[in-house]
Design a protein around this ligand. Structure first.
Ligand code: NAD
Ligand code: G6P
Ligand code: MN
Length: 440
């Protein structure tokens, strides 16, 4: 069986060790000859890489492992690039979250003005990695997790329409795992779903078991009472995530024919989110105090003792989805998966050029989107507003346009007025001057 060479871009990410453990767990179906890390922060990457080197040497000594900040070294002889970079790191995420809150608007990694600010940083970083891949390994595929995936996908589709990049999100996977538990199934793979929307902005409108039995009534009944809170333990057990899973109950109440993505709470209940936010301590702080501290602490312990058992790192089971995708491309499995792809008529009463999240059949030549047909007016109205925001951000980045970015922030459902949008924008420009194109 062919063995693959994989780059993890954003080698210094808190998710990298979990992905490495997950790749090791899946070698039977996705055999590897090389794992390479790339990051533009040498020191941050080194801590993760030195620990992963010890793990790999113990568990899979045949896999060649290396890491570097030099693109040519890393991107030469590669089959897949799995990317999860965060341009500006947590320091800038913290600003994305706290600046809007100063103006009474919610602060979130991928939604509202914070997500827009992050998008303006991320587009260039992701395009740069794509260009390295195309230069040194033109036949490779890039599987991109880097957020905000909606804006990044719009940008890559607009500027590199023929590139072999697939933008993906693990949120539906996490929610579907909870749905499977609610339905009494062992795995989300025992369900077949229909889902439509934008990234972090979508709805399930059919969920069946593999025999074709409708699971929606049972799941609906649970969500109506408890949102997506289940007995199941998972990685996102911090208070803020539990609140998000619980709030799905109120999001669901708006349309009882569908089941919502948790991220819709930011658009439908922004006042609630602001009221429950601490402007001095946001999710970025929570992540730095928990995930970042734990992952880097475990890596340092492993390096110090020279054995993998010296630090506890959690396998990222959600990310096995990225192996499903790589396997589908590598072995033409024709697996059905949710991906962010050009609409092109799949949602037939919606903008053909929009990047939408819908089920696709995936094989060696990439994704073939399924037809989702006509969507209801409520969802269509929300999606039209949000897709306009995302397109305006990408146009603002390309044209370096202050005006278009102001329009984008104004149009976001999370922002009450053009004057508030302008005040937030002016603060964001100042905070992002090392990362954004200079706007005029
Ligand atoms: P992190 O800050 O720990 O890691 C990001 C890494 O990217 C850092 O080591 C940083 O140095 C590196 N980086 C930044 N700019 C770069 C560039 N231009 N080139 C190369 N490397 C660069 O962040 P994290 O919390 O581990 O998250 C990583 C990313 O994965 C984020 O974008 C996050 O939103 C995303 N993510 C997405 C999904 C999804 O559903 N799509 C799921 C989980 C995480
Ligand atoms: C979910 C989303 C991602 C997001 C991630 C991490 O998995 O799909 O897009 O980046 O959560 O969020 P956190 O707040 O824990 O960094
Ligand atoms: Mn996501």
């Amino acid at each position: 069986m062919k063995k693959f060479s994989v780059v993890i871009a954003g080698g210094g990410s808190t998710f990298t060790p979990g992905i490495v453990l997950m790749l090791l767990e899946n070698l039977q179906r996705f055999p590897l000859r090389a794992i390479k890390f790339y990051d533009n922060d040498k020191e941050r990457q080194e801590t993760i890489a030195k620990a992963c080197a010890i793990i790999l040497k113990e568990k899979a000594p045949d896999i060649e492992f290396s890491y570097s900040t030099d693109p040519e070294t890393v991107f030469t002889d590669v089959d897949f690039v799995m990317a999860h970079i965060r341009v500006g790191k947590y320091k800038m995420r913290e600003k994305d979250e706290k600046i809007p809150l100063k103006h009474g608007v919610l602060g979130q990694e991928t939604c509202g003005p914070g997500g827009i600010a992050y998008g303006m940083r991320s587009i260039g970083g992701v395009l740069e990695i794509l260009s390295y891949m195309e230069k040194y390994s033109p036949n490779a595929w890039m599987l991109n997790y880097s957020n905000p995936a909606a804006i990044v996908a719009e940008a890559t589709n607009r500027l590199k329409p023929n590139a072999k990049i697939l933008n993906i999100c693990d949120m539906p996977i996490g929610i579907e795992t909870r749905m499977a538990t609610i339905a009494g199934l062992k795995s989300r793979k025992e369900m077949r779903v229909r889902y439509y929307g934008l990234n972090h902005f979508g709805w399930w409108n059919r969920i069946e078991d593999l025999q074709g039995n409708d699971l929606m009534p049972k799941i609906r009944k649970h969500v109506e009472q408890h949102g997506y809170i289940t007995e199941l333990k998972d990685d996102h057990t911090e208070v803020s995530w539990n609140d998000t899973f619980a709030k799905a109950k109120d999001v669901y109440a708006l349309d009882k024919d569908t089941l919502p993505n948790t991220y819709l709470k930011y658009y439908l209940f922004p006042d609630y989110v602001v009221k429950h936010s601490n402007p001095n301590h946001t999710r970025a702080n929570e992540v730095m105090e928990n995930r970042e501290k734990n992952v880097f602490g475990a890596c340092r312990a492993i390096i110090e003792k020279g054995v993998s058992s010296a630090g506890h790192l959690e396998i990222d089971e959600h990310a096995s989805y990225i192996v499903d995708l790589a396997t589908a491309i590598a072995f033409n499995t024709q697996e059905r998966m949710l991906l962010i792809v050009p609409n092109n008529g799949s949602i037939n009463n919606f903008d053909a050029t929009a990047m939408v999240e819908i089920p696709c059949i995936v094989g060696s030549s990439g994704p073939e989107p399924l037809v989702m047909g006509e969507i209801p007016r409520f969802q269509k109205g929300l999606m039209e507003q949000q897709v306009a925001v995302e397109k305006l951000v990408v146009e603002a980045w390309i044209e370096k346009s202050y005006q278009k970015l102001w329009q984008a922030i104004t149009l976001s459902k999370t922002v009450p007025s053009a004057s508030v949008a302008k005040a937030i924008l002016d603060d964001l420009i100042e905070a992002n001057k090392d990362y954004w194109p200079k706007l005029s």
